[in-house]
Design a protein around this ligand. Structure first.
Ligand code: PHE
Length: 366
């Protein structure tokens, strides 16, 4: 029959395969597939003609037609694979962004003062050889309290206004960590001395007013070694306060205090004046408390498997919001979390202006 001779079949095949090659998108490709292999497609119609042929001719023509059908199907399949990639390549080429172009000044981002303050604190302690460590915000009761020498009935637990999570299957209630001190325990469990870590992170207490936020930030420090004593604690923290506030002769005072996990404990105050209503940090007649510290309690060392006869250490913890407010004159704690762009433009920092000891840590805000 006319349409099924070898010559005609070859031209049908060539024609369809050429159309497939030329198809520019998936819709066009689908139309070609329907026109060729669909119910009323060219190849399907030719298949029907086989019925009217005698047995020998039908066998030969059927085989030839099947070859054409396979060729067309293979071409369609190959194109189906290539087309989306071509579309993606074209999209990538047209949407390319030149990342080396300067940013638009009107859209310049600002670094949040809390991020900046954390970077400053880390820069100072990095210079003293501290390494950054971190721990989880959701903490077990053991790490947040018990291992830090705050047993279940200890009054210090009440002072922390802890957020408790619902009980696990085993009846244990996890907590949102009330301080960064649990990272002391995690680090001592994982490592042998010498240890020198600085731990920035989020902390949580159920408290909310002009000077308290339910989520706030702390930075913890821990130094453990052989022969570490109170002189090391004092030298380290005096240097930190002077570098952070940029006042070389800043008076620093160590006032006896109490924390269950340090013994002895000291609160650290810096000098200031409040003349004329304003607050000025530096030599003066007044004091501001800025951090808690102490020699690591031997019980805490023992809880972590250390021999307190062999190793000693000191620890300290500071509130990031508090030192940021003091350094940058930010009057209300709640504004840190308002996401107010005007506030960010005023108090924020240029993102590429990374703090370092040599570049100076006391640039003005903004
Ligand atoms: N964890 C204490 C607090 O949140 C601060 C602190 C840390 C005190 C380390 C001493 C040593 O108040």
């Amino acid at each position: 029959m006319q349409g099924l001779d070898a010559q005609s079949l070859k031209s049908v095949s060539d024609e369809i395969v050429q159309a497939v090659d030329a198809a520019e998108n998936l819709e066009a490709l689908d139309a070609i597939r329907v026109n060729a292999l669909g119910k009323k497609g060219r190849i399907s119609l030719l298949m029907r003609e086989l019925g009217g042929m005698d047995a020998d001719a039908r066998k030969a023509a059927g085989q030839a037609l099947n070859i054409v059908k396979d060729q067309v199907a293979a071409a369609l399949e190959a194109k189906q694979f290539v087309l989306p990639q071509a579309a993606l390549n074209e999209k990538l080429a047209t949407e390319a962004i030149d990342v080396s172009l300067p940013s638009r000044p009107s859209r310049e981002a600002r670094l949040h003062p809390l991020s900046r303050t954390i970077e400053e604190v880390l820069a100072i302690f990095a210079e003293m050889g501290f390494q950054v460590a971190e721990g989880p915000d959701i903490e077990s009761d053991y790490y947040n309290f018990t291992a830090l020498n705050i047993p279940p009935e200890h009054p210090a637990r009440q002072e922390h206004d802890t957020f408790y999570l619902p009980a696990n299957a085993d009846g244990q209630r996890k907590v949102l960590r009330t301080h960064t001190s649990p990272v002391q325990i995690r680090t001592m469990e994982a490592k042998e001395p010498p240890i020198r870590i600085i731990v920035p992170g989020r902390t949580y207490r159920s408290d909310h007013d002009a000077t308290h936020s339910p989520m706030f930030h702390q930075c913890e420090g821990l130094v453990i070694g052989d022969g570490i004593h109170m002189g090391h604690l004092k030298g380290c923290l005096i240097d930190f306060c002077r570098a952070f506030f940029g006042v070389d002769d800043l008076p620093v005072r160590f006032r006896p205090s109490y924390f269950p996990f340090t013994e002895p404990s000291a609160e650290v105050d810096i000098g200031c004046t409040r003349d004329g209503g304003g607050l000025k940090i530096g030599a003066g007649d007044d004091w501001l408390e800025i951090l808690g510290s102490g020699m690591v309690n031997p019980r805490v060392l023992a809880n972590c498997g250390y021999d307190p006869e062999k190793y000693q250490g000191f620890a300290f913890g500071m509130g990031i919001e508090r030192i940021a407010m003091l350094k940058y004159g930010i009057p209300d704690l709640r504004t840190f979390y308002d996401s107010d762009l005007r506030w960010m433009r005023h108090y924020g920092f240029l993102p590429f202006d990374a703090p370092s000891i040599h570049a100076g840590l006391v640039g003005g805000a903004g």
